[in-house]
Write a protein of this length. Sequence first.
Length: 154
Amino acid sequence: MFDGTVESVKLFASSLIASGVALMGASFKYIFVLIILMIIDTAFGWVKAKKLKKWKSGSARWGFIGKIIELIFVGMLYLLDAAFDITFLEYMGIFYFGACEIASIIENYAEINENLPDETVEIAEKIKFSIGTSIMRKIKNILNDLIGNDKEDR
């Protein structure tokens, strides 16, 4: 489910915003904003799971692992920025994952409230199932194969 248009717009917007932020000499406050978005997304996910009576510890665990991997990825981009003195990649990662978190928040809110316009929910779903989600799914499958889990959620 890869939508090249949505992915291209996200990457272009992230690049543009990251360039501006890097030129302004931004600090780690953007990482804190990303972490706050992650906390909001997690809270909405829990409320959605409770409302739909679909709470699964495996889903919660993989959601948490996904957020940790996002932060590790941003950290690796920060190290690349520092190594090559370019101050761009870190912010691109932050804004990219921020866009993914906002899309997930919108999608969770739509399932909780059901009063959002269909177009908003449709855009959020396309962003959520973008390449970032595909990468997380592949990592999850590799880890499940390594530890011998056959089921997606336990």
